[in-house]
Design a protein around this ligand. Structure first.
Ligand code: ARG
Length: 479
């Protein structure tokens, strides 16, 4: 080996931790191509935490001297402060966050630092770091969803008796209460939080000790490390543990569902804020104007949330595709999991936060809503139900009301515009008492079954939602 090569392998600034068997330097282009330090440094604090637990266990088990474990802990604490203050020097040529920290440690504490990697591989290390990271983000997202649910509840309570048109096929269907509408979204985000909590159970498993792929011959104590890091159990198969990214895919699918719900809400707000609907006024602070059309107030926030949904779905599909052809156990392809994961987390966190702020400040336009709920035959079903009450089979009642609607459409009027004579001409069973049931209020109040839009049912639903939110709190229960 020429001298210059030998010096390259011992120069602490540029040599690779795995450089021993190599005769030739890594191509600069390959370094650039394979480096992940610029994005996986996001895992630095989890990496340090995992290394501290590992080193403490090695000392407890007599695998490294106690003084070395102490030196490692102290060195890692210094590195943590340097990273926090921005003083830490990241080196792309050291590939990733793990080797950056390990090299810095060895430079600080010498041989002790070089003992840290005993009974460990970057393969179980990165799997551990990522699980710790996802566990933290689950908790953060759960907290943000909690705030969003508070906004939805606030919105529900703020106009408790306001009636709006309910739609199916985006056609006027039946009147519903304003709070009923917001509580529908409350339920979606409740399921999302429950899903995250389920997911956490499978995330919170410790792979450390699987080493490169086959476990290790050192007398390690995996259970102790798992407990130290707050994991609820250890992984059961080393091949699976280092090559498994199911937990990320499951998490991304939960995030996709959150975005799906946010996107439906966004779509509705874009429609509702349009002059065609005119149901709501969005807060100025959440809208933008047009550089050419002075009259414009655009709902950019819900539009962007709707747009970013595709991005999160993309990350889910990207990871599903990344994994589908991988043989056991670790493959470098797995490094590609991180940017998708990080971007999905950033996108979801920002989207949930901004929607929580927006939802709390939406104002309904009661005049317009009043006009809309009194047109479009929203109470036609109520007339059919009324006839059923008078003894008609439902299908027959449906037919009678269908004819009544056709007649009204012909005359350009609403059912409520028909005189008592005209109504009883439609069917002799229709009496004076029909007037009350044809109003939006009558229609809503007729629907007090549990989960329905009647005011009593909605009051009970608000109570139930408040109780759920109070009991749940912001934390995902530890398991
Ligand atoms: N940066 C790598 C990753 O994210 C860490 C593990 C590398 N392991 C290896 N055998 N090259 O997957």
């Amino acid at each position: 080996m020429p001298d210059s090569d030998t010096s390259r392998h011992t120069d602490s600034d540029t040599s690779k931790p795995w450089g021993g068997r190599f005769q030739e330097a890594t191509e600069k282009l390959v370094e650039k191509f394979s480096a992940s330090e610029h994005f996986d440094r996001r895992l630095c604090f989890h990496d340090i935490k995992g290394s501290m637990a590992h080193a403490a266990m090695l000392a407890r088990q007599g695998i490294i001297p106690r003084e070395d474990a102490d030196a490692i802990r102290q060195g890692l604490e210094e590195i943590r402060s340097e990273i926090e203050s921005g003083a830490f020097k990241w080196r792309p040529e050291l590939e990733d966050v793990h080797m950056n920290i390990e090299r810095a440690l060895s430079e600080k504490v010498g041989d002790a630092g070089k003992r840290l990697h005993t009974a460990r591989s970057r393969n179980d290390q990165v799997a551990t770091d990522t699980r710790l990271y996802v566990r933290d983000e689950i908790q953060r997202i759960d907290g943000l969803l909690h705030t969003l649910q508070e906004s939805l509840l606030h919105q529900a309570r703020s106009h408790i008796g306001l009636i709006i048109p309910g739609f199916t096929h985006l056609q006027h269907a039946q009147p519903v209460l304003w709070p009923h509408h917001w509580l529908a979204y409350f339920q979606m985000f409740r399921r999302d939080r429950e899903r995250l909590s389920d997911c956490r159970g499978r995330v919170n498993i410790c792979p450390l000790g699987s080493a490169a792929l086959a476990g290790t011959g050192f007398p390690i104590d995996r259970q102790w490390v798992a407990r130290e890091l707050g994991f609820s159990d250890i992984s059961r198969n080393s091949l699976d543990a280092v090559g498994d990214r199911d937990f990320i895919i499951e998490f991304l699918s939960d995030l996709s569902m959150i975005m799906l719900h946010l996107s439906r809400l966004s779509e509705e707000l874009v429609l509702w804020a349009s002059s065609e609907f005119g149901f709501v006024e969005l807060p100025d602070g959440y809208c933008t104007g047009s550089s050419i059309m002075p009259q414009k107030k655009n709902p950019d926030v819900p539009e962007l949330v709707r747009g970013k949904t595709g991005r999160v779905y993309g990350h889910l599909v990207s990871l599903l595709t990344l994994m589908k052809g991988l043989p056991l156990a670790y493959n470098r392809d797995l490094q590609e999991d991180k940017e998708a994961l990080f971007d999905a987390v950033d996108t979801v966190e920002l989207s949930v936060e901004v929607m929580a702020g927006l939802v709390a400040r939406i104002k309904p336009r009661p005049e317009r809503l009043k006009q809309v709920v009194n047109t479009g035959f929203l109470t036609a079903t109520d007339l059919a139900d009324y006839l059923v009450g008078k003894g008609l089979p439902f299908r027959e009642a449906h037919e009678v009301v269908g004819r009544a609607v056709a007649q009204c459409l012909d005359q350009g009027v609403e059912l409520t515009d028909l005189s008592p004579q005209e109504l009883s001409a439609l069917h002799p069973a229709i009496g004076q008492d029909v007037a009350a049931i044809l109003t939006p209020e009558g229609s809503v109040e007729a629907r007090n079954c549990p989960g329905g839009t009647g005011s009593k049912a909605v009051a009970a639903a608000i109570k139930e939602a408040e109780a759920w939110l109070g009991k749940r709190g912001r934390q995902v229960q530890s398991q």
